[in-house]
Design a protein. Structure first.
Length: 154
């Protein structure tokens, strides 16, 4: 009992007063660090972390999107021949032939978000949110530049 009284006096004497709930604003947003591949789902794009794979170049990252996606997700990326190069916050994907998607679809979002993440991993001073991706088919008009945020939360 005596210890409780002493503890109560100490806590009251330190000047800390009880407060109500304090609003701290919105939760943190934006892309986190580390490599992720983006896949389509009924609820929009979903990021899947690459835990055990190193990336060396943007073309290799696009090739990974063509592999079997995790259960419950799909890949809408169907590029024939392509090459991808990045410099700073700019990435350009050159595509052989026509690009069959509209540019505002989940397949394009998969490419844009995955390459934005990859560019930020390959060039750590570049934030994934700042990367702009342009698609340049050999036939037809260029699409973009797009940012990953253009395709998230749709």
């Amino acid at each position: 009992m005596g210890a409780a009284v002493v503890l109560g006096i100490v806590l009251v004497g330190c000047g800390v007063q009880p407060t109500g709930v304090i609003g701290a604003g919105e939760p943190a947003s934006g892309l986190t660090r580390g490599m992720r591949l983006y896949y389509a789902s009924a609820d929009g794009l979903r990021a899947v972390p690459l835990i055990d794979k190193e990336i060396d170049d943007l073309g290799g990252v696009l090739k990974m999107l063509g592999q079997e996606p995790p259960e419950g997700l799909i890949s809408l990326v169907h590029l024939g021949g392509y090459s991808a190069v990045g410099s700073g916050p700019r990435v350009t994907v050159s595509i052989d032939g026509l690009y069959g998607d509209s540019g505002r679809d989940q397949g394009t979002g998969q490419v844009v978000c995955t390459l934005a993440r990859a560019q930020s991993v390959l060039e750590p001073k570049v934030g994934a949110d700042d990367v702009e991706v342009t698609l340049r088919p050999s036939e037809g008009a260029a699409l973009g530049p797009y940012r990953c945020a253009d395709f998230l939360n749709r």
